[in-house]
Design a protein. Structure first.
Length: 93
């Protein structure tokens, strides 16, 4: 499995979130298995999205497919993107 973490500023969170939700088909097309969205406490227009994929190819293909979408939904500037190979996952309840 592979994880992609994307951090960026957006013009308006509500606009970005609508566009993000509408692009669920794109995440599914590339083998997504998990997603979470986070906002910075100090700035509600600073967003971090965490996506897990079945494999690194799906993760990289997804990231290659999103630049135009990001511009359309109000992402400002160049996002920070990290790719990681998943080694361990622990869930606490």
């Amino acid at each position: 499995m592979a994880t992609v973490i994307i951090r960026h500023k957006v013009e308006e969170f509500a606009k970005w979130k609508r566009g993000y939700d509408e692009a669920d088909w794109l995440r599914k097309q590339h083998g997504i298995t998990y997603a979470s969205v986070h906002r910075a406490e100090a700035d509600p227009n600073e967003v971090i999205a965490v996506h897990q994929f079945k494999d690194m190819k799906g993760a990289k293909d997804f990231v290659s497919a999103v630049p135009q979408l990001m511009e359309t939904i109000g992402v400002l500037g160049k996002p920070e993107i990290w790719f990681a190979e998943d080694l361990e996952q622990v869930s606490y309840s």
